[in-house]
Write a protein that binds this ligand. Structure first.
Ligand code: P6P
Length: 309
């Protein structure tokens, strides 16, 4: 199969974004490969400790979270094209000394609790025009995407109106176009942590009961947002992390998870909302603001919204 490398694809398809965008995507892709190298043998690194027990595991995950955050943040700041970086792992954004044409938000290792069971985890990124503040609506994103550290290493990114996926080839160290111009699927899959059933609000329970009664849906939940969103993108369905009686704003972060992944789903022809509002229209109140997020195919999200009139 003859296909195109990520580098050539960006140069060809995002020419209007110029050399700076190509540089940024190259930094993101190369940093992801470095992180993946570390993750691929994390069961053997000293952080696991001799027993690999809870304490060692807890330290190991913290160390990998910190490692991913440090390397991603520093590589972005040193790229020459990034002015400010915000991270789920940083209390405050970091500014580069040399300035740059972009602001970047990231969640360096989303779903890291899945590391010790070798389940898919990811890095999430949002690319904005450079600005004094990271507090910008999701609609300002020039691009957004994720890296999926799964059975294969993938980079998937969205620009206005399209989403493309690239798979890393370990033989030559390059990412190749493997999923061109992805449009969201139409399968009946719902994805939510039903363990919270007792604290869900009544409208959410009524929606879920209607899904179960329909009898044609499958429930899939990885517990890693990048994994669940990647499946929703390719297969279709709906991913839900709603507010509930214990978490009035849900759990997921607007800037670092909901806006970049919501943007990607929307650019693939889907829908992403929070309390009935397009996720891209919400101006963050603070860097670490949590929001309820419902995303997926238009048909499935509209079915959910019908229970929230
Ligand atoms: P819960 C991982 O910890 C994460 O931030 C997301 O990747 C994932 O979607 C969610 O939290 C899982 O949360 O409450 O179901 O364990």
């Amino acid at each position: 199969m003859v296909t195109i490398t990520l580098e050539d694809f960006v140069r060809k398809n995002n020419a209007e974004l110029g050399a700076s965008f190509a540089t940024l995507m190259k930094v993101i892709a190369q940093t992801a490969q470095t992180i993946n190298d570390k993750l691929s043998y994390n069961g053997l690194i000293e952080e696991q400790g001799l027993t690999g027990g809870t304490n060692a595991y807890g330290e190991m995950v913290e160390k990998l979270d910190a490692y991913a955050n440090d390397i991603f943040t520093s590589q972005l700041l040193e790229s020459g094209v990034v002015r400010a970086v915000g991270s789920e792992e940083l209390a405050e954004p970091k500014m580069s000394t040399g300035g740059g044409v972009y602001n970047v938000t990231h969640d360096p290792l989303d779903g890291s609790k899945n590391i010790d069971t070798n389940l898919p985890i990811g890095t999430i990124f949002g690319i904005y025009p450079s600005h004094d503040s990271l507090i910008q609506k999701g609609s300002s994103q020039i691009a957004s995407g994720y890296i999926l550290y799964g059975p294969s290493l993938m980079l998937v990114y969205a620009t206005p109106g399209r989403v493309d996926g690239f798979t890393y080839n370990f033989k030559d160290g390059k990412y190749y176009l493997s999923h061109e111009n992805i449009r969201i699927g139409n399968k009946k899959i719902y994805s939510i942590n039903e363990g919270y059933w007792e604290v869900l609000f009544d409208q959410d329970k009524a929606y879920l009961e209607s899904i179960k009664k329909d009898g044609s849906y499958s429930l899939r939940y990885v517990g890693s947002m990048v994994g669940d969103v990647h499946r929703t993108l390719l297969k279709g369905g709906i991913f839900l992390y709603p507010a509930d009686k214990k978490h009035e704003n849900g759990k997921l972060r607007l800037l670092y998870e909901a806006a970049p992944l919501g943007n990607l789903i929307i650019q693939a022809g889907g829908m992403a909302v929070s309390r009935g509002v397009n996720i891209l229209d919400i101006l963050p109140e603070k860097h670490d603001q949590r929001v309820p997020i419902i995303l997926g195919s238009i048909e499935e999200v509209e079915k959910y919204l019908a229970f929230h009139k």
